[in-house]
Design a binder for this molecule. Structure first.
Ligand SMILES: Nc1ncnc2c1ncn2[C@@H]1O[C@H](COP(=O)(O)OP(=O)(O)OP(=O)(O)O)[C@@H](O)[C@H]1O
Ligand SMILES: [Mg+2]
Length: 549
């Protein structure tokens, strides 16, 4: 081996020496004026003989520690094409991927075509001649791709083709990567060891829009809205808005709000950040969490009405310290401080304005793009209008009780049934009574291997009939209660009326009595005699007389 390298070096050395001599002769003996045209001529001949050029993409760049992003994207792009062409493939499972990735083995070559132009890609590897031992992969393999193409296509290749390759490669990476479900809630001990404020697990929720039970028209509209959003990068840039969209999902418990979020994530291949607001200490921490999220993500705040006092008056006036507390503080300041901290921890200091800034403030636009924010609530009317106005929550989606169309989706999912004679009965019952998709699903699920579809449908019918009877009973009871209340109110009103009439009657009688006095005194005054008949009556006369004047 040493001999071979030695021989090779000698060969290369003598060739270089020969060339240098030739070049020196050319410089010394060739007239200066002729040198330039000769050089041009040589280049032309070379171009004619070899009109191709190449671009090299090494795996590691710069300081050698950063994996070249272009290399990774090209690798994914070529995998899609090369697995059909190349005869020798490598198979591996990448860290962030769920699938086996087939890639070209080293020194393989594949062809590609772009706008009718033919190109050649080859994968290469050089093993460094080094004695050092390292665990870093770069040390034992310097891989690189070479792209060969005709010189005349240089502009198209460098401007359009490479952009196309990188975009396609990135899209494949996103499609294949393993998605994550992040949470900020405390308690997982391992999250303390990570630098991030989020801890994560692999996101593997199986819900999709196909399995989501809701009106098909509404479902279609939501899917279209989501797809349009992901394709609207340039549009958002044009209108000067951050590339994000807010959805508010509202409806009774068990109507599929959380399921829809999972379906959204699976449709768009986004990560999910499940933000637990009550675990966030203050607005600063909220901002830190936001900075720590990636692009292509759904940020979820569930049950927003329960997580925050949305009247905007989060920081209530601190109550005055009682005498007892003051004494306690003096006696044991450490204990008092601990108690205070505990209180503070209990009352999260995230304010409505903090949350609004989090959603659409300057930071939100600065930290990544292509983000969807989803709020869920059971009580939409409780939310502050500022929070759910368009622009913040762009689309409001109401999830309702199970309709017949939704039932059909569930029947297909749970029982693999497209139609059945009992469907008509169920359709009628669903129109008359309210049942959540969660309850319908629970009734449809076979409880043992012996149970067939009909038994499941019959159970659902029974449950629906029971729910209907219960609802009717409730309506009846409510009506009875109302009738009772009405009777009571009427009786009360009647009693009050009677009382009033009695009081008026009494008053009239009193006035009558007073009136008589007037008459009497009037008589007294008019007549001018017997003025001393009654002292009290005389007084009354005076007053009345004064009043009448
Ligand atoms: N529309 C639906 N389509 C399919 N399955 C559904 C639907 N709604 C509910 N389910 C089923 O019911 C279960 C509960 O639904 P989910 O957790 O999505 O309800 P939710 O609206 O988020 O309720 P909550 O308001 O209590 O959080 C799910 O696991 C799912 O199996
Ligand atoms: Mg939920």
């Amino acid at each position: 081996m040493l001999m071979t390298i030695g021989e090779m070096m000698t060969g290369v050395g003598s060739a270089i020496a020969g060339l240098m001599v030739a070049y020196a002769m050319f410089q010394n003996y060739f007239p200066y004026d002729l040198r330039k045209p000769v050089k041009l001529y040589i280049r032309k001949i070379t171009n004619l003989v070899y009109p191709y050029m190449k671009i090299t993409f090494p795996e590691y760049q710069g300081n050698g520690f950063n994996r070249n992003k272009a290399f990774a994207a090209i690798e994914r792009y070529l995998n899609e094409n090369s697995s059909k062409q190349a005869k020798h493939l490598k198979a591996n499972v990448l860290d962030d991927s769920q699938v086996i990735v087939l890639s070209m083995a080293d020194h393989e070559e594949v062809t590609d075509e772009f706008q009718g132009i033919k190109l050649w890609w080859s994968s290469n590897r050089v093993t460094p001649q080094t004695q050092s031992i390292s665990f870093y992969p770069r040390e034992d393999a310097n891989r690189y791709f070479i792209l060969n193409f005709h010189k005349k296509y240089r502009d198209i290749i460098t401007n359009s083709y490479l952009k196309h390759v990188l975009e396609e490669g990135k899209a494949i990476t996103v499609k294949e990567r393993q998605r994550k479900l992040y949470t900020n809630s405390k308690g997982e001990s391992w999250s303390r060891f990570t630098r991030s404020n989020w801890s994560h697990v692999v996101f593997e929720h199986p819900a999709t829009f196909d399995t989501l039970a809701m009106e098909p028209k509404k479902k279609e509209e939501i899917i279209k809205d989501l797809i349009r959003f992901t394709e609207a990068k340039d549009y958002y840039a044009k209108i000067g808005k951050a590339w994000k969209r807010g959805y508010l999902l509202h409806g009774p418990p068990g109507t599929g709000k959380s399921t829809m979020i999972a379906a959204m994530a699976n449709l768009l291949k986004y990560d999910v950040y499940d933000l637990e607001l009550t675990a966030v200490k203050d607005n600063t921490e909220l901002r830190k969490l936001l900075i720590d999220t990636s692009s292509k993500a759904i940020l979820v705040i569930e049950d927003i009405d329960c997580s925050l006092d949305l009247t905007g008056q989060r920081e209530k006036k601190k109550k005055e310290k009682t005498e007892e507390e003051k004494k306690e503080e003096k006696a044991d300041p450490v204990k008092a401080e601990m108690k205070k901290r505990e209180e503070n921890d209990k009352n999260s200091q995230v304010t409505l304005s903090g949350l609004l800034n989090f959603i659409d403030g300057l930071w939100s636009a600065a930290c990544g793009a292509e983000r969807i924010i989803v709020f869920t609530t059971n009580y939409v009317e409780k939310l502050d209008p500022a929070l759910i106005r368009r622009g913040r929550m762009d689309k409001h989606i109401e999830l309702t009780y199970c309709c017949f169309e939704a039932f059909k989706v569930l029947a297909k999912n749970y029982l693999d049934l497209e139609s059945h004679q009992l469907f008509a009965t169920i359709c009628g019952l669903l129109q008359e009574t309210k049942m959540t998709p969660a309850d319908v699903a629970e009734n449809l699920m076979p409880k043992s291997s012996e149970e067939d579809e009909e038994a499941c449908l019959a159970r659902l019918i029974k449950a629906l009939e029971e729910a209907k009877a219960k609802a009717e009973e409730e309506v009846k009871m409510k009506a009875e209660e109302e009738a009772k209340k009405k009777v009571e109110e009427e009786a009360k009103a009647k009693a009050e009326e009677e009382e009033k009439q009695k009081a008026e009657k009494k008053k009239d009688e009193g006035e009558e009595a007073n009136g008589k006095g007037v008459e009497i005194t009037g008589v007294v005054k008019d007549n001018g005699d017997d003025a001393k008949n009654s002292a009290s009556n005389a007084n009354g006369v005076k007053e009345n007389g004064d009043a009448s004047h």
